[in-house]
Write a protein that binds this ligand. Structure first.
Ligand SMILES: Nc1ncnc2c1ncn2[C@@H]1O[C@H](COP(=O)(O)OP(=O)(O)OP(=O)(O)O)[C@@H](O)[C@H]1O
Ligand SMILES: O=P(O)(O)OC[C@H]1O[C@](O)(CO)[C@@H](O)[C@@H]1O
Ligand SMILES: [Mg+2]
Length: 451
């Protein structure tokens, strides 16, 4: 059975994603990606649903080919570059690499010959909030002049977003009114799962109004919670920073009498940062993630295990994901401006519980609690994220010029591809508690089941 993930809209009339055979012989290599090039998404054939990490698409767990469009520059382009107005917007929370992507989008647009490039300030809010004007990406002594790479050339040297970010306020019809009024032909949307849902709504509304606007997303989030792709940009850097916090907790705990280092790490609904930082540091005794429930109290609870670690080893380090153990806490039900649930503080709760527990049993314990929060995402991209951002940013522009809309520029199974946005907004990706990576993490920490 063959299955194509290809329901993104392709504007080029007379050219379908699968129908454009290129008969160029091998010796006439031209560096372009053929429209019929595809990448295979799944490369493991699980022989049984009980295989570790098995993802069964059909009931028999038989292997289903899934092909996706290969990303990159096409020989034929849909737009006349000097007529194009392109806009870039960055939404959601900060993430290392936003500036790297903005920079590459500008560079690549310029290479195609696009001169009219604008930045939308402070996320989707910049489309309709009064007083927020679009940002020409080049100023000269207060006067707006033609775009050049000069203004964005060094923005990758700092973290944050050159354009600013925001949550909430997504009114699709107003955004599309604004796109229409500003005569935008290409919109590059950098953001996480919420932003992708927003990009999809904008794409649909543009289709409804018969506007030929290419809406191309680039998946950004330190949480790494967007499905079907190997990783989102910013994740690697966040893990690296998180690892520094764990290292500090380890040093504090190791140097104290009965030291307990406790680190809380970001991750709205997925434990990827906590799991990967625990794995990479190798200094964690207990890693707690939202995908695996645990008890704090009782014979098999976390506190009992910490007691044993203090007794046997003299110190220990705990890494807890911010969304872990929410069922143990009271939740106000409050949401942020984008509708995301505001989490209760598991880190502070655990700190109190550990203190009370050791006091109760009359054993000295010196708890050092580290909450690095925004430090893991306000930094600049590390080397591997910088490369990922470069490729994804360039491919986003190639995708728009190829005439695609409603796609996201990402990496799947080590290949750079375009996925339909609709495919990546179904549900957040979460750590597979039956998968090999979580079990590698358990082997590394040596922790038991806390249930
Ligand atoms: N279902 C949706 N439809 C339309 N717009 C949405 C939807 N969900 C979120 N948005 C909009 O997308 C923007 C970003 O969403 P959100 O704040 O959830 O961040 P995100 O993209 O998920 O990134 P992060 O990983 O930082 O949380 C917001 O302006 C929000 O209003
Ligand atoms: O920027 P805010 O609204 O404080 O949101 C924090 C959330 O954003 C993220 O950094 C990215 O989704 C999460 O890890 C975290 O829960
Ligand atoms: Mg999100």
């Amino acid at each position: 059975m063959r299955h194509f993930l290809s329901n993104a809209i392709y504007y080029h009339s007379g050219r379908t994603p699968t129908g454009d055979e290129d008969s160029t012989p091998m010796d006439m290599w031209n560096g372009y990606v053929n429209n019929d090039d595809r990448a295979l998404m799944k490369v493991i054939k699980y022989s049984s649903p009980t295989s570790a990490g098995a993802e069964c698409i059909d009931p028999d767990c038989s292997w289903v080919e899934q092909w996706v469009h290969r990303a990159g520059p096409r020989k034929d382009i849909y737009y006349e570059p000097n007529e194009v107005k392109a806009a870039i917007v960055t939404c959601g929370g900060l993430c290392p690499g936003l500036n790297d992507v903005i920079r590459q989008v500008v560079f690549t647009l310029e290479t195609y010959g696009v001169k009219n490039i604008v930045g939308i300030p402070f996320g989707f809010r910049g489309f309709f909030e009064k007083g927020l004007k679009e940002m020409p990406l080049r100023f000269h002594f207060g006067n707006t002049i033609q775009l050049s790479r000069n203004l964005v050339e060094n923005i990758n040297l700092a973290g944050g977003s050159f354009l600013g970010v925001s949550r909430g306020g997504a009114k699709t019809s107003e955004i599309v009114d604004s796109i229409q009024a500003r005569r935008i032909d290409m919109l590059f949307v950098l953001g996480g799962n919420g932003t992708h849902a927003g990009a999809n709504a904008i794409h649909d509304e543009c289709r409804k109004r018969k506007l030929k606007v290419s809406v191309v997303a680039v998946p950004k989030t330190i949480d790494n919670d967007i499905p079907l792709m190997d990783k989102t940009f910013g994740f690697d850097t966040a893990v690296e920073e998180a690892q520094r916090a764990i290292n500090s907790a380890y040093i504090e705990a190791r140097s104290a009498y009965h030291g307990i280092g406790l680190v809380k790490l970001m991750g709205r609904s997925s434990g990827f940062i906590a799991m990967h930082a625990s794995l990479s540091s190798g200094q964690v005794d207990v890693c707690l993630i939202p995908e695996v429930s645990f008890a704090l109290d009782g014979e098999y609870g976390v506190l009992q295990h910490l007691e044993q670690l203090i007794k046997n080893k003299g110190f220990c380090v705990v890494c807890v994901a911010e969304a872990a153990g929410q069922e143990l806490l009271q939740n106000s039900g409050a949401t942020d401006a984008s509708g995301n649930t505001i989490l209760s503080d598991i880190g502070v709760h655990m700190q109190q519980k550990i203190k009370t527990h050791f006091k109760g049993i009359g054993v000295h314990a010196d708890i050092k609690y580290i909450d690095p929060t925004y430090m893991v995402r306000a930094c600049r991209a590390n080397a591997s994220d910088a490369i990922l951002c470069t490729v994804l940013g360039q491919n986003a522009v190639h995708g728009a010029f190829a005439g695609f809309s409603g796609i996201t520029s990402c990496i799947c199974n080590t290949h750079y591809v375009y996925l339909p946005v609709t495919q990546v907004i179904t549900a957040p990706k979460r750590v597979n508690h039956k998968g090999r990576m979580w079990h590698r993490c358990l082997t590394s920490t040596g922790q038991p089941d806390f249930r």
